[in-house]
Ligand binder design. Sequence first.
Ligand code: F6R
Length: 588
Amino acid sequence: MCGIIGYCGPRQAADILIEGLKRLEYRGYDSAGIAVGNHEIKLEKRQGYVSLLRGKLEGNVGIGHTRWATHGAPDDRNSHPFTGCSGEFAIVHNGIMENYKELKQELLSRGHRFSSDTDSEVFVHILEEEYEKTGDFREAFFDSVSKLEGSFAILAIHRGEEKIMGIKKDSPLIVGKGNGENFAASDIPAFLPYTSEIAIMKDGEVCEIERSSIRFYDMRGTPVEKKFRFVDWSPDAAEKAGYEHFMLKEIFEQPMAIENTIHSLFSRDFQIGPYPKIDIIGCGTSYNAGMLGKYFIEKTLGIPVQVHYASEYRLRPPIRENPMSVFITQSGETADTIAAAKLARSRGCPTLAITNVIGSSITNSVEHVIHTSAGPEVGVAATKTFIAQVTALYYLGMSVGRSASMLSEKTYSGLMDGMRRLPRLIEAALESEQRISSVSRLLKDSNSIFYIGRGFNYPVSMEGALKMKEISYIHAEAYPAGELKHGPLALISGGTPVIAIVSRDETYDKMLSNIREVSARGATVIAISHEEEVDDYADYRIEVPEADDLFSPFANTVVVQLLAYHTARLRGCEIDKPRNLAKSVTVE
Ligand code: F6R
């Protein structure tokens, strides 16, 4: 998983590439590099963040790459771009070339020398060979990509030509049309300061980009007509807008993320179902969103919902029924989720994806797509996309319930009102930030934190623990509060922090008992609750606004996100780019 960018126009390509790569760093940041070419191809690449690149290369056409290592260590040698033996071409690649071993063996036997351990480098060597046959860059590019298997978005340049060739298959590639200058990148924010006129490439499409022309082809070289459209993201939407970190900015954008998601969902006539059973599949935070969807759909419709980790779902043998299968992935690029979707579809399950990225790979693998409209999320830890996913799942449940007449008009319109109040609810929850920041001081030196909740608050606990561990590097575990005494209680001792999420619903009294149990073992209990009575049980309480059972998880989520954020900040962690993680995980 990596980010790639290409530029062709009157400006210094190096400046545009480096600036764009910084906006793609959420896709990986092990190493970065650029190649700029006119009469010769000049290269700068190195291990580490994009900001380490000096960018002093002259030229008006170029390509760049920011890497999350898969094949080969994250070092200078394995950084992209690659220029092959002749230095005539430069290429960058995002994805996995599955047949690279065989290709490399053949190339080695024909005298090619490799400078890296990557799968990607084979492509530039193939390009060199194909070019020797015809002397035509475009033709050589087509002939070269036809030899590849796997997933790839590739950009290539050739010495002496102001042209970029690109291909997309199972990894994203977007083309941006400017005024006398053109762009290609893995994601729109990379070139958004220059143009918002974009075309999303489909699998198997090739682009040929020059200063004042863009042509598209299929893999056989037949020209393809593609429509450009304008995106309404301002360049600022991809910047920090005064917040210390993208994650904080994105937490505060949640009222807007819900508002926009609701707006786009409500404006769509959504006839779906009925379905006797639903499977929800995702990874990490998307899995946790699925868990909240399960509690909502089961409670409001009584339809059984099973939630699966995408990586495990793939091991599942065919089952007798084919449930409606809902795949959740903010990036739309998660390899396990895409593979699970393809499997479900091949087994005849009705499939639907919920994703935040228009035109992402998952959209090609399912029959129906719901787009969340959270806007670009840069922080690696998902926040606003999670809230938008849960919003979309609630709406999906309501739509299924309505079209199958499982929800009365009165219940449906009550739920709609609740949905409409969500942005205000989140705003009210965000008002507790000061308090949350001061409570984080109690957590910053912990070795281990426990999160407990029941019912809807169990998935919120899961999400809270995931956020805490990924950005603060503190071990954190979530349990359904009733499970504690079946084992984990043995881990509670003097001063162990326990975050207890307590709503005034059917679980309320039992949660109070669970708080007593851990307090009796010396735990420091931090409760997230609207109920003042909880002060008699917990050591500290973070106030959340009052909300209906079904909607309180939204407010509670905001608190656990901010708790993780402030704890990580006090520990001086790299919040937007936690170690070992990347924004989209395109390896299995
Ligand atoms: C956690 C996080 C990850 C992702 C997971 C799935 O904050 O972001 O756990 O949720 O890698 O990613 P998507 O949703 O892109 O499939």
